[in-house]
Ligand binder design. Structure first.
Ligand code: 5AD
Ligand code: SF4
Length: 452
């Protein structure tokens, strides 16, 4: 490693994420001592959470910057250069959304996941205070960007050739633009939640919600695929569901983190819903959006989780039939409600055994869903060339299933020119494994043409 400056951008959500960063910090400490790296700094949630400990353990660090301090980085670096001391800013903000920061579209940009997709951050922070979660403590209060600046950023990427926009936030569908009076013709809405869901915090009124934003983005770019992550189930109101159902360019693959299927555990997690409320929401979504794929996050071995609780989670997984489930062993985080009031009493091996069982179970529904696509036509956005063979491309369908297809002229002859990264392709699915679909190109296409 040889660099003038290295910044580590960090996550604090689970202990193992942090362990990796400690390891990297030691490496950078050595690199600075040997002269290979001149300066190094720690940014993001771990910086927010552990500033004092980092200063104690890694005293040669130059800069520590929390998630709301990125505008101050030049100043922090200048102070560090002038004084030779650590420069630290971990103040959280009530209104920082970086809404005027536009990222250049180039393949190495952190905002652009590939040449085809771009993340657009629309909210920051989280007010939910789920009892296990550090995010509200490291990211601060929830705040949203204005619709105008979001539309401007989306246009910036679309003009540069991006074909998929992923709206991003810690609690993305709780988006609310409170300064939104200026959007002509838009009525102020009352803040609503999905039926059967509640919050610990008091709901505000007024402002413009996620349904309106989603509708505006989808209408502005009918040939750009739109996804969003990470949502909370409470904010899938009937209005949001209706907008997703109505627009062919909003992907019909939704993330709906359930965390547990046990009412007692959900209560201790302070999630604000029961298993029945969650299942009823899934039913409403499936009725309004036929074939919609649903994904989820689960935590295994949360404080006091019994075998019976775990069975409830297995039952939920079975009933919903997820395409993808991200399953984590509970990792106690300091400063959270659970840290102060509950006991991390499930042994690690039990956590892992439950995690393995859940993984095996969801993979069955995942495989069933993959098999069900064989013989169908799917609209793929081509994301890249396979590392294994230059003749193979890969892309994703609406549900976000990965599809590998041979790089050759289309069946209908629409592509004498070969298919390339960034194209939408109408493909026939001819086979699958448990994680990938296999496709053959039928025609080059677009969202509007495919669904016409
Ligand atoms: N331990 C384990 N998993 C956690 N998550 C959040 N906090 C913790 C924790 N303390 C998981 C949740 C969340 C995902 C992003 O990370 O499932 O949805
Ligand atoms: Fe954490 Fe998500 Fe709960 Fe917010 S909604 S506290 S980010 S798990």
């Amino acid at each position: 490693m040889q660099a003038d400056i290295v910044f580590l951008m960090t996550c604090a959500i689970r202990e193992n994420a942090e362990n990796k960063v400690w390891h990297k910090l030691r490496e950078l400490e050595r690199a600075k001592r040997s002269g290979a790296v001149k300066k190094f700094g720690l940014l993001g949630c771990m910086a927010e959470r552990l500033k004092t400990k980092v200063l104690e353990e890694v005293p040669t660090i130059d800069v520590i910057g929390g998630p709301d301090s990125y505008r101050h980085l030049p100043k922090l670096l200048a102070v560090n250069s002038l004084t030779g001391q650590n420069a630290v800013n971990v103040l959280l903000s009530l209104d920082e959304t970086y809404d005027d920061v536009l990222t250049d579209v180039h393949p190495h940009s952190s905002t652009i996941t590939s040449r085809t997709s771009a993340y657009v951050s629309i909210t920051r922070g989280c007010n939910n205070l789920c009892s296990y979660c550090i995010v509200p403590h490291t990211r601060g209060r929830e705040r949203s960007r204005s619709i105008e600046t979001i539309l401007k950023e989306v246009r910036h990427y679309v003009d540069a050739g991006v074909r998929e926009i992923i709206l991003l936030g810690q609690n993305v569908n709780s988006y609310r633009d409170f300064g939104g009076d200026q959007v002509e013709g838009k009525e102020q809405q009352q803040v609503k939640l999905a039926a059967g869901f509640r919050t610990l915090y008091k709901l505000k009124s007024g402002g413009i919600g996620f349904d309106v934003l989603l509708d505006e983005v989808a209408r502005a770019h009918p040939d750009v695929r739109i996804r969003f992550t990470s949502p909370h189930p409470k904010d899938f109101t009937d209005e949001v569901i209706e907008v997703i159902a109505r627009h062919p360019n909003i992907a019909k693959g939704l993330h709906m983190p359930a965390q547990s299927g046990s009412d007692a555990v959900l209560e201790r997690m302070r999630r604000g819903y029961t298993k029945a409320a969650y299942l009823s929401l899934v039913e409403r979504i499936r009725a309004a959006i036929p074939g919609c794929a649903i994904n989820s996050d689960f935590i295994c071995g949360f404080c006091g989780e019994t075998d019976a609780d775990h069975q409830e989670t297995l039952d939920l997984v079975e009933r919903v039939g997820y395409l993808v489930a991200y399953i984590f062993a509970y990792s106690m985080r300091e400063r959270t409600h659970a840290h102060y009031h509950l006991v991390d009493d499930v042994p690690q091996e039990v956590k892992i055994a439950r995690l393995t069982e859940l993984n095996q179970l969801y993979r069955l529904s995942s495989l069933r869903m993959n098999q069900a696509t064989v013989g169908t036509r799917q609209l793929l956005l081509i994301e890249g060339v396979s590392k294994k063979s230059p003749d193979q491309l890969y892309g994703r369908n609406e549900a976000n299933q990965k599809v590998v297809l041979t790089r050759r002229a289309t069946e209908d002859g629409s592509g004498d020119d070969l298919i390339d990264v960034g194209d939408f392709v109408d493909a026939r699915i001819v086979g699958c494994t448990s994680v990938t679909l296999l496709g053959e190109p039928v025609a080059k296409s677009s969202i509007t043409a495919f669904y016409a």
